[in-house]
Design a protein around this ligand. Structure first.
Ligand SMILES: [Cu+2]
Length: 469
């Protein structure tokens, strides 16, 4: 862990590192003490005590970095360093991040603020920070080799610019990006509007999180950095279900959720029970004529979306990525689809040869949600989570929007499970079942074949190709 003592030792080198830069002398008078935070909980919004007022965001399983005002400049201190992040209870990952966490803390400023960010590199290799989406002087853009030399281990560099346009942004390294982003280096940035903006509504709740992904073998703790597509842990702010906090709101609240995608694939983000509009991207507020109701919005790689809706329906509403493979945790086996294959006898025979053989997926994969098969240490079940009615059978990018009429304004605590009014829960039909009425033209087509189709041939795939156990 980064200690203050180490920090000041590093600070001695700072003067030499930046004395030739254009940054004002005030920046070098002293550095703001770095603030560290290692808990994975959702921290209460950081109310601004200095500078222009604004309505702060809440970072899902994250926090906002405090700043220091120095003669009208907002000064932040980011420390790039190895961190240990709990992805969900039962699994800790060895990642790289900022100030004790992956992702790093959210930075919140106001349009027009002059911002000075000190970046100390405690990684074993060089780094830099790119301020995604910002209007800034080219030399502050943080692209190693192109706009600045790399920040070497042990060095502290300074970025300084004016946050010129309000909106939803992020930051990440632009040095050995494949490694550093696969290891979890990224953070959120929100620039609040300075004055009332006709395209930016005031909201009651303002949430933000980043989409990120890791490839960590079952039983391991360090991500594989060469992975391009086969990630197995799909995260919101380096957390997976059931480790992602719920989004708790008061009924009638206007809610904004800001999402940025720093994975290698797109994520269709879906809310149940409400329609939302996309009110902005990392390019700024969306013109009103270009907004329409949606229940799912795709967030492509390197994109950000901010969605808004009035939470007027009480309940526990699922909120998740709509790619079903992204609502699962790591899977250690290559499993062929065996639905409908009766291999009862086969399993018994195989067990004589391979004692640990286990048949998976004969009736679908839901059994996996309650599977008692022992998992390697530091490994999460593929599908898990208990709701009030049983197993939720989810993992990865899944959480719950909790809308309650008695949630207090500004209270982000979890109200527990929704108590459904009588008669408002799906129920089992226990009466007689009528014979199914067959449609008279069953099997007919509007453009029928000239010759009858041959009888279908079903090829059953034998489980002999089943590997990895
Ligand atoms: Cu996804």
């Amino acid at each position: 862990m980064f200690s203050r003592r180490n920090f000041f030792r590093g600070a001695g080198a700072l003067t030499a590192a930046v004395s030739a830069s254009a940054v004002s002398r005030v920046a070098m008078a002293a550095l703001p003490e770095p603030v560290l935070q290692t808990r994975p909980d959702t921290m209460a919004p950081l109310l601004p005590e200095t500078g222009r007022p604004y309505n702060p965001v809440v970072t899902l399983n994250g926090w906002t970095l405090p700043w220091r005002m120095n003669q009208g400049v907002k000064e932040f201190h980011l420390v790039a360093e190895p961190v240990v992040r709990e992805l969900a209870p039962g699994m800790k990952a060895h990642l790289w991040g900022y100030n004790g966490q992956s992702p790093g803390p959210t930075i919140e400023v106001v349009e027009g603020d002059r911002v000075r960010i000190f970046v100390t590199n405690r990684l074993p290799e060089h780094t830099s920070i790119h301020w995604h989406g910002q209007r800034l002087p080219n030399g502050m853009d943080g692209v190693t080799g192109l706009t600045q030399p790399a920040i070497q281990p042990g060095k502290t560099w300074v970025y300084e610019f004016v946050a010129r346009r309000p909106g939803t942004f992020m930051y990440h390294p632009h040095a050995d990006e494949m490694t550093q982003m696969a290891m979890g280096m990224m953070g959120f940035w929100v620039t609040h509007p300075k004055v009332k903006n006709p395209l930016i509504d005031a909201v009651d709740r303002d949430f933000c999180f980043l989409l990120n992904a890791f490839d960590i073998d079952p039983g391991a703790a360090t991500p594989k950095i060469m992975t391009m597509t086969d990630f197995n842990l799909w995260c919101w702010n380096s957390r997976v279900f059931p480790g992602i906090d719920t989004l708790n709101v008061r009924r009638g609240d206007k809610v904004r959720i800001r999402v940025g995608n720093l994975t290698m694939t797109n994520h269709p983000i879906h809310v149940h029970g409400h329609e939302f509009t996309v009110t902005g991207t990392d390019g700024g507020p969306t013109p009103k004529a270009g907004r329409w109701p949606e229940v799912t919005t795709d967030v492509a790689v390197g994109q950000m979306r901010q969605i808004e809706f009035v939470a007027d329906e009480e309940g526990d509403w699922a909120f998740h990525c709509h790619k079903s493979h992204h609502t699962m945790n790591a899977m250690g086996h290559n499993v062929p689809t065996l639905i409908g294959v009766d291999h009862r006898g086969l399993a018994a025979k195989i067990t004589q040869l391979v004692p640990d053989y286990m048949v998976m997926g004969e009736r679908g994969m839901a059994d996996m949600g309650e599977m008692e098969m022992p998992l390697p240490d530091n490994t999460l079940p593929m599908m898990t989570g208990q709701g009030p009615f049983g197993g939720v059978e989810m993992g990865g990018m899944f959480s719950v929007l909790k809308v309650r009429k008695d949630q207090k304004r500004g209270d982000y605590s979890d109200p527990g499970w929704y108590r459904h009014p009588p008669g408002e829960v799906a129920f089992e039909w226990t009466g007689a079942l009528p014979q199914p009425a067959r449609f008279a033209a069953e099997g007919g087509q509007s453009m029928p074949r000239q010759t009858p189709a041959p009888a279908a041939e079903v090829k059953v795939r034998k489980p002999t190709g089943h590997s990895g156990h």
